[in-house]
Design a binder for this molecule. Structure first.
Ligand code: F6P
Length: 549
């Protein structure tokens, strides 16, 4: 199907005309004129309720956005993904994370191979390993069972595992400790290993490519530490496993491929948390809960694949995100989970959204003439309210917010949960409706500070509400965001599955490493700023002061 460039599509042009109607009104008026708005502008699936009535949209906006999705061939592009076509064009790869969570009974043949059968073979291998470690049957080098698990990886090989571990901590084994080392900053590794006994520690080296400098540096140091502690190189076999697509490099690093859990190049790093990259998650929560997590992903996949766009949560969320970005000019989105266990969700979503949709050219390589991916960030509620929410309420930039709340706490304690949840509703209310000068005056506020206390409102938000955080709900929430990202990328006509922008910095760093570490004064051929910074670094490094604790 050939489509016109985005800004020439008729629904886009209609939206450009339509925005003027919305500029002339605000959320207060829209709610006042339409008492049923809050009951109508919502969608629900898999126990997740999305209230988007506080977005700056009308039924007409949503209708036009859906028309834009149809005109952009969103349905066909989604089906291409599910069929395993090479929609990651710049890397010529299929994009099949949806196959990672298909049930064993399903089948998806891509290039002559049933990928679902391959996925379940690895899941079986992971389950059997996790069961052996959790039961104490897997013994370390000295015959002791494993008590500590250290996942070494970065980006998609770290953020998913950490986020899921924190999110599902309630369901995890408390007699096992979990550590996640990602940064090449040695402090990350040293602090993680500080209190660990080597003979009770399992390292999972997680890297899709097994070529990432940070991960290989950390893995090498971990191996050295283990051998030093246990005094025997053969100990590596019982304390190191690898998760990767690259068996050759795993073997070259010195990990027996018997102890390797594979995945495939059709899984993007930021879409890999439920592949073998989830091994630490499975060790923490056990295979049964892990399969519930996969079921939650799959249920949302099916909803995305089959539901009409009008009721399709990921499609609606993606279209609203595009509306806020391109028509309301919002450059940033705040994700605020009112659930302490989701404290790492914003960091996880940062990679998912920004590495996917931070793109400047279309699939054909033409420069885009519209804005693509927004900046994502956030903190768990209510902490942010006492820090940066001031700017969200009264600053000069409008930041749409995704509030995520639950009706029940996993750790009920007195009134805590109702107090927490009241803030979800109150913050969304305050953002949407604000406080007028008349209302401020009516409170007896001195005229000199009336303006300071006025809140203009009309600031958009989504509220996602579910009953309680379970592995299944977590899977559905992550898949919801994945497909929202997909929807945006499809309309923007960009490749949401490559990440060429991260390469240049890596190459430049590799050239600079020897200039920092060599004893001889290097001849520097960078720009004058970089040259000067390197010289200063070398001078400071030679400084004789020591810093002991
Ligand atoms: O540099 C970015 C990136 O390639 C991410 O896309 C990826 O998740 C991360 O590095 C880690 O890559 P790997 O799993 O291959 O070590």
């Amino acid at each position: 199907m050939t489509t016109l460039p985005l800004r020439q599509r008729s629904a886009w042009l209609a939206l450009e005309a339509h925005i003027n109607t919305l500029r002339a009104t605000n959320l207060r008026t829209l709610f006042a004129e339409d008492p049923k708005r809050g009951e109508r502008l919502h969608a629900e699936t898999e126990g997740i309720h999305l209230d988007y009535s506080k977005q700056r949209v009308t039924d007409e906006t949503v209708r036009l956005l859906i028309e834009l999705a149809n005109e952009s061939g969103l349905g066909e592009r989604r089906d291409q993904m599910f069929r395993g076509e090479h929609i990651n064009v710049s890397e010529d790869r299929a994009v099949l994370h949806v196959a990672l969570r298909m049930p064993k009974s399903a089948s998806l043949v891509v290039d002559g191979v049933d990928v679902v059968a391959e996925v379940h073979a690895v899941l079986d291998q992971m389950s059997s390993f996790a069961t052996r470690v959790r039961s104490g049957e897997w013994k370390g080098h000295t015959g002791k069972s494993i008590r500590n698990v250290v996942n070494i990886g970065i980006g998609g090989s770290d953020l998913g595992p950490v986020m899921a571990y924190e999110a599902l901590r309630f369901y995890s084994r408390r007699d096992l400790t979990f550590h996640f080392v990602s940064n090449v900053d040695s402090t990350d590794m040293v602090e993680a290993l500080r209190d660990l006994q080597a003979d009770e520690t399992l390292f999972i080296i997680s890297s899709k490519t097994f070529g990432t400098l940070e991960t290989l540096t950390n893995a090498t140091s971990a191996r050295r530490w283990l051998i030093e502690q246990l005094g025997d190189e053969s100990a590596v076999a019982k304390h190191f496993v690898a998760v990767s697509t690259n068996a050759k490099k795993v073997a070259a690093f010195g990990i027996d491929t018997e102890n390797m859990f594979v995945f495939w190049d059709w899984v993007g790093g930021r879409y890999s948390m439920e592949s073998a990259i989830g091994l630490s998650t499975m060790l923490a929560i056990g295979p049964e809960h892990y399969f519930e997590l996969l079921d939650g992903f799959h249920a949302m996949d099916e909803h995305f694949r089959t539901a009409a766009f009008e009721e399709n949560l990921p499609v609606l969320m993606g279209l609203l995100a595009l509306w806020n970005r391109d028509f309301l000019g919002c450059a940033s989105v705040g994700v605020m989970p009112y659930e302490q266990y989701l404290k790492r969700l914003p960091a996880y979503l940062q990679q998912l959204t920004m590495e996917s949709n931070g793109k400047h050219v279309t699939l054909e390589g033409t420069a885009v003439d519209y804005d693509t991916g927004a900046l994502y960030w956030g903190e768990p509620g209510t902490n942010g309210q006492h820090s940066f929410y001031q700017l969200i309420h009264q600053g000069t930039t409008v930041i749409p917010i995704d509030f995520i709340g639950f009706a029940k706490s996993l750790n009920p304690l007195g009134e805590h949960h109702d107090i927490l949840s009241s803030n979800v509703f109150a913050q969304a209310q305050a953002l949407a409706f604000g406080k007028s000068a008349e209302e401020v005056r009516a409170e007896g506020t001195p005229e000199s500070i009336v303006a300071h206390r006025v809140m203009e409102g009309n600031r958009p938000s989504n509220v996602l509400l579910a009953e309680i955080l379970t592995p299944r709900i977590l899977g559905s929430i992550i898949a919801l965001y994945e497909h929202s990202v997909f929807t945006q990328g499809a309309l923007w006509d960009i490749d949401s599955f490559d990440q060429w922008g991260v390469e240049l910095g890596k190459v430049l760093a590799v050239a600079i490493i020897p200039e920092l570490s060599s004893d001889a004064e290097p001849s520097l051929n960078h720009d004058s700023s970089t040259n000067e910074l390197i010289r200063l670094y070398r001078r400071l490094k030679r400084n004789g002061d020591r810093h002991d604790n």
